[in-house]
Design a protein around this ligand. Structure first.
Ligand SMILES: C[S@@+](CC[C@H](N)C(=O)[O-])C[C@H]1O[C@@H](n2cnc3c(N)ncnc32)[C@H](O)[C@@H]1O
Length: 288
């Protein structure tokens, strides 16, 4: 789990203002919900009022703003584009972990990677919504252990997220040592370096397999693909159905024939996309 997410969870306070605090009105909340949706596709329900309040009040203080209405005006003003980046960074939920939903990595190691066509020896994997990087590093470690001839492959992992702070953390590849405990021991020995204090770093060889980029899944995609595997786990849960439909259609378009898609444990393509066959346990293969 990322430190910021857990900290955010505790900081939420009632939207009704305590003495000395600013209030968030129904209109302010509606404006913020609309800006978040336009910028990221994330749909915030009325039940997220306290969360929005808790996460943005620090931003108001940092900007020296006296009200949420003034903050909304800033979002729509000349510096609005910059502020909307801060807004999205503050609102995203970045919960993640090494080898989260471990069956996906087992499938990758035992079924998918050994079954790749060897002609061309090209492999492209995309971690879409990579948060602080634990997912792409878990993918890269799995590739390194399941493909003894990896050095002979043109193999790359693309790791993207809309949250610019998370992308920077992911690229740095440094984690509290206790978070790295979820990495299986043999992989930890091969790919994780103990740093000073209680920190651990991803080995340079592993980092060199991954390209980290800030990317909004709802915006233009500069990459051409095709990808053999896309991980988009625990991301679309925050999107409405039309946004999910459009996104999975784009994923299908960018996957190679027979390419694989992994989604999160509480997500499904039922009534969302008919372009994939469900192989079970939130693993899908592109049909067309
Ligand atoms: C809960 S984390 C999931 C991380 C990882 N995939 C996992 O399953 O452990 C969801 C991530 O999706 C990102 N996200 C949300 N909306 C996005 C968008 N429109 N484009 C790209 N990333 C987005 C968030 O910033 C967040 O880091």
């Amino acid at each position: 789990m990322t430190g910021r997410s857990s900290e955010r969870g505790r900081s939420a306070v009632p939207a009704a203002a305590a003495p000395g605090e600013v209030a968030i009105t129904r209109e302010d909340f509606a404006r913020i919900v609309a800006r978040v949706h336009d910028a990221s596709g994330i749909k915030l329900g009325e039940n997220k009022r306290d969360l929005v309040y808790g996460r943005l009040r620090r931003r108001l203080r940092a900007l020296g703003l006296a009200s949420f209405a003034a903050y909304c005006d800033r979002l729509d003003g000349p510096d609005g584009a910059d502020e909307r980046v801060h807004l999205v960074n503050a609102i995203t939920t970045n919960l993640t972990g090494f080898f989260r939903e471990a069956h996906h990595f087992e499938y990758l190691a035992t079924e998918l990677l050994p079954g790749l066509p060897r002609a061309g020896r090209r492999l492209r994997v995309w971690s879409a919504g990579c948060s602080s990087g634990e997912e792409p590093y878990s993918i890269a470690m799995t590739m390194a252990s399941a493909m003894p001839d990896l050095a002979e492959w043109d193999a790359r992992v693309l790791a993207t997220d809309i949250d610019t702070e998370m992308v920077a953390q992911a690229a740095a590849g440094i984690y509290p040592a206790d978070r790295v405990a979820a990495v299986p021991e043999a992989l930890r020995r091969a790919h994780v370096q103990r740093l000073d204090g209680d920190r651990a770093g991803m080995a340079p060889r592993l980092r060199s397999l991954i390209a980290f980029r800030a990317l909004n899944l709802l915006g233009p995609w500069p990459m051409r693909g095709p990808f053999d595997v896309i991980f988009c786990r625990n991301v679309v849960i925050y999107f409405d159905k039309p946004t999910q439909r459009a996104l999975f259609d784009r994923f299908a378009g960018l996957l190679a024939p027979g390419g694989h898609l992994f989604i999160g444990h509480s997500e499904s393509l039922f009534r969302v996309s008919d372009r994939f066959a469900h192989l079970g346990r939130t693993i899908y293969r592109k049909l067309r």
